[in-house]
Design a protein around this ligand. Structure first.
Ligand code: EPZ
Length: 423
């Protein structure tokens, strides 16, 4: 099993360029199924989740050509299968968002239920209730969702939680339904707006994306487009936090500051020195931070996908910080590992109380999920001594070329396949 060996204490400096957003690319790939011709997606990162979704489209029979990998062409007109198998869905639950486009385009789908994951049980009730509102017949058989709809019909849907995935599934389904669909309490994430931009470019009639109410008037055909996804705001903030903790001066390029408003504001409150320009930011390292309280909430609130990374900075702050994880029920798994590195954190249900310590110490740690992995990597960069991160395949799912990017900033990282690494 691949491990990452990090020698802490190196000063980071230089420039890092953020890749396209994983959480935008996945719905865009699913939405390409709706096109009546070949779709081109540009600047795709070489991360595992993207290749998993591409593999799924191939299973449907779509023709995929990845010229240089970063530019991928998807021709969905050859697709004739509608089964998304458990073996793929279990490795990436986000692939469940193929259900909406399959139903809209093919009139039927057999999609494995995603099941839970490390951070929570990840239900799909909002997806299924919404699709039923659009006229789909939904059955469950042997762990699979069997869905049928000769033609989806627009309707009014009110989500009892602004679920990102449910909003995406329903947007894609409604874009080719007959009549108007209104989705209330819709997710407002930038990735929702990117998906709406993509669908509009294909000819969809969508308004209100970025607000909590979407208006979609279904059309009969969606045409091919060339599209470049937005930058990954979570990757961007991960490098900004790295620069704040371990930097001399780090420039993070290819960012959209508007997508990071509350994050940048919390970082400033914590004492991080940053100069933010229209598509990049220059962050200066500092040794101590102010304690900051925050809670993860749906966009435009503080993103749950940055809760773990922000906690690392608070481990080294002066005083006590309180972090509340209000999106997922089990997203503090990085805490046990951080305590082994000397962090002072107490968990009570979805609340973490962090008392700043002078330093963290390197240790062998276990990565449990993508964002916990990113947080442990940040901790390792500033810890005294060596840290060995086990199960780094989680990181390879969503951080493009992260080893080279961090080495490029001066970090001392080494990948190893050795079975057991003595400290
Ligand atoms: C998306 O997951 C992201 N994944 C997640 O990022 C992100 O953490 C999450 O949104 C929240 O921002 C992708 O975009 C691929 P949700 P998603 O549906 O769509 C409840 C990462 O690290 N819920 O908004 O699955 C659910 O239990 C990943 O990149 C229902 O109750 O998130 C959870 O508490 C991790 N019923 C909350 O909504 C449903 O039918 C948020 O889930 C659906 C969701």
């Amino acid at each position: 099993m691949k491990k990452l060996i990090v020698k802490g204490g190196r000063t980071l400096k230089g420039t890092v360029t953020v890749s396209s957003s994983k959480n935008s690319i996945l719905p865009l790939l699913a939405a390409s199924l709706l096109s009546n011709g070949e779709v081109t997606l540009e600047a795709l990162p070489a991360i595992r989740d993207v290749s998993t979704m591409i593999e799924l489209l191939r299973r449907f029979g779509a023709k995929i050509t990845n010229e240089k990998y970063s530019t991928v062409k998807i021709d969905p007109t050859t697709a004739m299968f509608v089964e998304a198998p458990y073996e793929i869905i279990k490795t990436m639950r986000a692939s469940f968002i193929v259900l909406g486009p399959l139903l809209a385009k093919m009139g039927r789908a057999r999609v494995s239920m995603p099941g839970g994951c490390a951070i929570g049980n990840r239900p799909i009730d909002l997806h299924l209730e919404g699709l039923k509102k659009l006229g789909a017949c939904i059955d469950i058989e042997e762990g699979y969702i069997l869905a049928k709809a000769s033609r989806l019909r627009g309707n009014k849907i009110s989500l009892n939680f602004p679920s990102v995935g449910a909003t995406e599934n329903l947007m894609m389904a409604a874009s080719m339904a007959t009549g108007e669909t209104v989705i209330e309490n819709a997710a407002r994430e930038p990735e929702i707006v990117d998906l709406a931009d993509f669908l509009r470019k294909m000819g969809a009639d969508i308004h209100g994306d970025g607000s909590d109410t979407l208006h979609i008037i279904g059309v009969d055909e969606l045409k091919p487009v060339v599209f470049r996804p937005i930058p990954d705001r979570i990757e961007a903030a991960t490098y900004i936090i790295a620069g704040a903790m371990a930097g001399d001066t780090v420039e993070v390029k290819n960012i959209v500051p508007d997508h990071l408003e509350i994050v940048l504001s919390k970082l400033r409150t914590a004492g991080v020195q940053m100069e933010v320009f229209d598509n990049r930011c220059i962050v200066k390292g500092c040794k101590r931070f102010n304690a900051v309280d925050f809670k993860s909430t749906p966009y435009p609130g503080f993103p749950t996908d940055l809760q773990a990374q922000m906690m690392i900075l608070l481990c080294l702050a002066e005083g006590q910080s309180v972090v509340r994880e209000e999106i997922f029920e089990n997203r503090f798994m990085h805490v046990a590992e951080l305590k082994r590195m000397g962090a002072d954190i107490e968990i009570k249900n979805r609340k973490a109380v962090i008392r700043g310590v002078k330093k963290l110490k390197g240790a062998p740690v276990m990565v449990s999920d993508l964002r916990a992995g990113a947080a442990l990597l940040l901790a390792a960069l500033v810890a005294e001594g060596q840290t060995v991160l086990n199960r780094i395949y989680h990181l390879e799912r969503g951080y493009d070329n992260f080893v080279d990017k961090f080495i490029g900033l001066g970090a001392d990282l080494k990948l190893s396949n050795e079975e057991s690494l003595k400290k």
